[in-house]
Write a protein that binds this ligand. Structure first.
Ligand code: AMP
Ligand code: GLY
Length: 425
């Protein structure tokens, strides 16, 4: 089968790397791809926002499955248009992608169907948002309703901070994503990410991960798209995983079908494991980046039949198999990220690094030019390793990083610290 993957990040490199190992694969394409994806797929100069062009490419190249990586094309309805053109696509429709596209939509669904999450209010003007916030008191969480690249969430420790955040969002700091504000109860506990597939009716639990959003060691400094991750999340016991499926994922699939938006694709549930059990922080309607990189390194079964089953509605009875190993990925970013940074700096030594340690390096923002590998983004490389423990995987990842020759790059030095401390205990 010929497969087209949409996207250009480390997530799509990991997906392409995994799909390329499937015995089912014929030709693998990625639009637009990057300098690392080019090793396993044919990269295309094809604009995913031009649905007509994507459909035409699929028809001309006998594409049996399109796998949509990032959220923007899902929210823009790429899967709807592909489906209408009779092209099988993995990922939710525009209506179902509201689970990520609108925090208010998800909160209302949780309230209506009894899915555990933080108490909340939804507001379209500053005065009523402030009145509710004063009633609730701090700490409290203020969120822009729409997609804000992970930056539209303010954890306010004081009432003043919360009121200021409300003004910032309604003042247009997040553009149209801030036309509405969600105010939430501050939940205490340990965070974990949970991944599951759905085919509209049936579900299949995949695996868990934890990430590090802050740019600096000790989880300090501004938030980023993610500076590293590991899988599995030690806090997620078998019992906790079963509770998440029964109390959060399965009710969501029933709710979405009931609301006329049957959910097909992957759920990436951000959870808070509180003293009362798992509660939903938010849904993403795609694989996490860099969480996908650790998931794909641990998955031992073939991914392609699972993606097809989710897209076709045949997930019932399907299984995914996983290595008992832990996997950990460290993001190497361009100096200055998440602020301004230089583009076009040269990276050397990747092959020698991976040959020496056996780690994988997924590319998040690179291109090849005249035989040179150049950094093109903020997050640039995902150095990923497996080990019997998170500690072992962490050692291997950092050993690999020492061998990468990229003076303009940096990384956190403590990815996985929480799990490593647990393993010491
Ligand atoms: P989100 O973009 O909704 O995932 O929020 C970003 C981060 O803010 C989450 O990963 C949590 O660390 C934190 N967060 C969001 N909502 C809450 C909440 N209700 N209580 C505590 N922390 C939260
Ligand atoms: N790593 C967080 C995300 O993919 O949204």
């Amino acid at each position: 089968m010929n497969i087209l993957v949409i996207g250009s990040g480390g997530r799509e490199h990991a997906l392409c790397w995994k799909i390329a190992r499937s015995p089912m694969i014929g030709s693998l394409y990625c639009a637009p791809g990057n300098g690392g994806i080019a090793d396993v797929a044919t990269c295309l100069d094809l604009d995913a926002a031009d649905h007509g062009a994507v459909i035409e490419f699929c028809q001309n190249h006998d594409i049996g499955l399109v796998v949509v990586g990032p959220e923007a094309p899902l929210v823009a309805g790429l899967v709807d248009d592909l489906t209408a053109a009779n092209i099988l696509a993995f990922g939710p429709t525009k209506g179902a992608a509201q689970l990520e596209g609108s925090k208010g939509f998800t909160k209302d669904m949780c309230a209506k169907y009894g899915i555990p999450t933080a108490a909340y209010g939804r507001f379209s003007d500053a005065e009523s948002a402030k009145a509710y916030t004063r009633e609730q008191g701090a700490p409290i969480v203020v969120k822009a309703d729409g997609l804000a690249a992970g930056k539209g969430v303010i954890i306010a420790q004081t009432l003043d901070e919360a009121l200021e955040a409300i003004d910032t969002i309604f003042g247009g700091a997040f553009g149209s994503a801030g036309a509405e504000v969600v105010i939430e109860e501050f939940m205490e506990g340990e965070e974990a990410s949970f991944f599951a597939l759905a085919d509209g009716t049936h579900t299949l639990a995949l695996a868990t991960a934890q990430d590090h959003k802050a740019v600096g060691d000790g989880d300090t400094g501004p938030n980023t798209g993610g500076m590293g991750a590991y899988s599995p999340a030690p806090v997620m016991t078998d019992e906790m995983n079963a509770r998440v499926m029964a109390e959060i994922i399965e009710p969501t699939v029933r709710a979405m079908a009931d609301m006329g938006h049957p959910y097909k694709g992957v759920f990436f549930a951000g959870l808070m494991i509180t003293k009362d059990g798992p509660k939903l922080i938010e849904y993403n309607c795609r694989f996490g980046d860099p969480e996908c990189q650790v998931l794909m390194t641990r998955m031992t079964s073939d991914l392609v039949p699972l993606l097809i089953a989710a897209a076709e509605g045949n997930l019932k009875g399907k299984m995914a198999e996983w290595s008992d190993d832990a996997a950990l990925t460290v993001v190497m970013a361009a100096a200055g990220y998440p602020g301004s940074y230089k583009k076009g700096t040269e990276i050397k030594g990747l092959e020698r690094a991976t040959d020496t340690t056996g780690a994988y390096i997924f590319h998040a923002g690179t291109k090849r030019e005249d035989g040179h590998l150049l950094a093109t983004g903020g997050r640039v490389l995902n150095v990923t390793a497996r080990g019997k423990t998170v500690t072992e995987a962490q050692e291997k990842a950092y050993e690999t990083i020492k061998l990468v020759d990229w003076p303009e790059g940096f990384c956190r030095s403590d990815i996985g610290w929480r799990a490593v401390e647990r393993e010491k205990a």
